[in-house]
Write a protein that binds this ligand. Structure first.
Ligand code: PMV
Length: 367
């Protein structure tokens, strides 16, 4: 069994003075939700997600070796880096990156040897209510692994992607599912071989063709700042009256999805996916303190989807993140009619009529 220690390198065979890389990493949408964690970003239950294709972060990492690696810079920071968002310095993102670098330093001992310029942008509109932490941390982790690969060119492809996912996890849990593969599992599950709580793995079993190019149209109901940060949210599961039952349910739902992915039973798929979304929100409503993250328009959309599905028998369903926006999931072959339905009946519930068309993608790429 893998342990985190396996990702601590011994020594590097190569050196590199300076250079730059650029990686693009997508967001992902969980079908079985990760909600609740132990120390070191270890999930309390396994989760599975579809990797997205269009909602992405593009991050360029420039690096240059410093003269003396251990000298603290003037502000007393351990790491030397500049952070640019859409080409402009963004000071308020720096503490998060600083914390991330501190957490991963043990796995990437070269970090203090370099000055980094991290230049990042998202393909989705800023403050759209779509979290960029998954795609952002995944893109940064890929760049840092790319640099480690220069120092250790013999690393295997498996090690490269697993470690990238592990590093991303330490930035933001769900980011570990944004590295590689269309359907990604994170967390130990008895019946999914290779599953790990340290990193995300591609779902290893058969996936029915009906899930090919599965569509996710994201309806932007509320673009405001998150009411509950995910750190606070996960903490709500400590001493939560229903926590243990919920964690067991996630295992059961993943078991059901293994069969559903194989036989393509969309009716059963919808039951699991919608129940997971509502369970996530129920956990928030029944914690102390308690929160309602759905907005009236979230419910309007859910009801409209149910009505449409009942009337047409088209297998369209919804899922939710820890917020008010709605992800509308449906097979590629129903794209035209579902988009028509969204445009005629759901757009009115979106803030400024905004929505984003996305679909299943394959993971991070170097560009
Ligand atoms: O990665 P975090 O810590 O922001 O948590 C994300 C949690 C959910 O998006 C609500 C569910 C999930 O599995 O992605």
């Amino acid at each position: 069994m893998f342990t985190a220690k396996d990702f601590i390198p011994t020594n590097y065979s190569k050196t590199i003075e300076q250079g730059n890389f650029q990686w693009t990493a997508p967001s992902n949408i969980a079908l079985v939700k990760y909600w609740g964690k132990k120390d070191n970003q270890i999930p309390a239950n396994p989760s599975v997600s579809f990797t997205l294709n269009n909602c992405k972060t593009i991050t360029k990492l420039a690096f240059a070796k410093k003269e003396i690696s251990t000298v603290l810079n003037e502000t007393g920071e351990k790491f030397s880096f500049d952070l640019l968002f859409e080409g402009k310095p963004k000071e308020d993102f720096k503490p998060k990156i600083q914390k991330f670098l501190e957490r991963i330093e043990i796995y990437l001992p070269f970090l203090k040897d370099y000055h980094f310029t991290i230049d990042t942008e998202n393909t989705f509109p800023h403050s759209s209510g779509i979290a960029s932490s998954a795609s952002g941390m995944a893109a940064l982790a890929m760049n840092l692994m790319r640099l480690e690969k220069e120092l250790n060119p013999n690393m295997t492809e498996n090690y490269f992607y697993q470690k990238a996912s592990m590093l991303a996890r330490l930035g933001s849990g769900s980011a570990c599912r944004s590295i590689k593969g269309e359907v990604v599992v994170w967390g130990n599950h008895n019946n999914i071989s290779g599953s790990s709580e340290l990193f995300g793995v591609e779902f290893p079993n058969i996936i029915h063709d009906v899930f090919k190019n599965f569509q996710d149209t994201i309806l932007l109901v509320d673009k405001g700042e998150k009411q509950v940060s995910s750190t606070v949210g996960h903490d709500l599961m400590h001493n939560h009256p229903y926590a243990e039952r919920r964690f067991a349910q996630a295992h059961e739902n993943l078991d059901k999805l293994i069969t559903i992915f194989e036989n393509g039973d969309l009716e059963e798929f919808i039951k699991i996916v919608e129940s997971e979304a509502l369970t996530l929100h129920s956990m928030m409503m029944t914690s102390m303190p308690y929160f309602i993250l759905m907005k009236p328009n979230t419910l309007e959309i859910i009801n409209a989807i149910w009505k449409f599905r009942n009337a047409t028998k088209i297998p369209v369903c919804f899922t939710l993140d820890a917020g008010a926006n709605v992800h509308v999931l449906y097979p590629n072959k129903n794209k035209e009619i579902v988009l028509q339905f969204i445009q005629s009946e759901l757009v009115g519930y979106c803030q400024n009529g905004q929505y984003i068309c996305d679909e299943i993608g394959t993971g991070a790429v170097e560009n």
